[in-house]
Design a protein around this ligand. Sequence first.
Ligand code: KIV
Ligand code: ZN
Length: 510
Amino acid sequence: MDHVAIFDTTLRDGEQSPGASMDIEQKLEIAHQLARLGVDAIEAGFPVSSPHQFDACRQIAEQVQGPVITGLARTVEKDIDIVRDALSKAEHWRIHTFIATSPIHMKHKLNMEADAVLEKAVKAVSYARGIAPEVEFSPEDGTRTELDFLCRITEAVIDAGATVVNIPDTVGYSVPEEMAEFISTLKNRVPNIDKAILSVHCHNDLGLAVANTLAAVEKGARQVEVTINGIGERAGNAALEEVVMTLNTRKERLGLTTGVNTKQLYNSSLLLSSIVGFPIPRNKPIVGDNAFAHESGIHQDGVIKNRQTYEIMTPESVGKEESSIVLGRHSGKHGFTNRLKELGISLNKEETDTAYQRFLELADRKKEVYDEDLFIIIGQELHNGLGTYKLNYFNVISGNVSVPTATVRIEINDECIEEAATGDGPIDALFNAIDRATKVKTRLARFQVQAVTPGKQALGEVSVSLEIEENISVGRGSSTDIIEASGKAYVHALNKHLMMKQATEAHRPR
Ligand code: KIV
Ligand code: ZN
């Protein structure tokens, strides 16, 4: 099978998405994860654009082994020299130089004639090739470039030493058939095309970035430029995880492979999302919470009998734990009883019927019925007796010269426990104080903050995942005060764990 090289530009084009800037430590963390993921190339940045960009590129080049490290340069010697200065210590490195070639960009942005653009491109590529082992050339706005000129400049830069020619759909204007035609034309009309790898770089303005990328690959492009979660300028770039999983899932039809370890896809997506603070939409293909969740009764029944009825790939193959049956008003009794079984709860027929009725009533009022709702349904009588934790008050002292300290009062079964603790930050101190009061041993597996209303007084929603006794318990809390929202979410997760324990113990199969 043919290999398609995965060129990740999360740290360059991805970072150009408004609000996605990262510090150097964060970029290094992403770059190491990309190496674990097995991408072929990492575009680390645009070194001439700022000292921060230069340093990030240099540190990635020095510390990240495996992928080719690339840096972007305009077709000017100064930019190219700076890429060399930043990257030349890398195990493998490449200079990526670009100039716009579409009539609208040449006229209004560059104020240059086509022949002058071609000459500048050739000069830059041959200069870069004199100092770097690999050179990539991109005719910016390639898909709005006149085809004759695109063929001419492609041939000229390959003659000048380009090892990769990348066709960008800079403004996300192309449609898949057209993209396929571009690649076929280049393959057929450029005599030296076999001396370079043909690549594509698609933006998602019309939601077609992945489709355009795949159309190009079907016609012979052998490098794809992508980003994790599809972040990038405006509507973003083609999403790495979607392109890779299409090649993987449909390999019999497409006959193409990548070097990506798909089990690292979910981790990579979560890492990026937590670093840039862009939540992953629930319905995002491959990595969204709903990507492997089934709600309708017919689907649940099918998945319980054989997962392949409604799953074209497994969650495990992308590094997610398992598919989930989401209970809601569309779920049937089969899905309901199956979930109880998975939770280790066994009820007799009569109890099942009553519980199912209660479930239906709740499902009518609520969009989704979570495990904790089931535990409440099943263990209502127990729950009343045993109680849950209440965060009566908290006080947190924090500042840039003091050790963050939190005091809490937690109430359980009419008993109030007061505790204090310090931490690495105010939220850590608060969580430590709650742990002391409840004496529950926890590990914070995930912490996410999201503004749910706009403006300075935004309501923040915090979601925490706690690992307790080898189970994961997720809690949510919201408030205009992010510390309070965090405390609420933490106590919510503890209470869910408590309820789950009580219900399973009472209804454990004998
Ligand atoms: O979208 C684009 O044209 C680019 C180039 C620099 C490759 O990002
Ligand atoms: Zn781009």
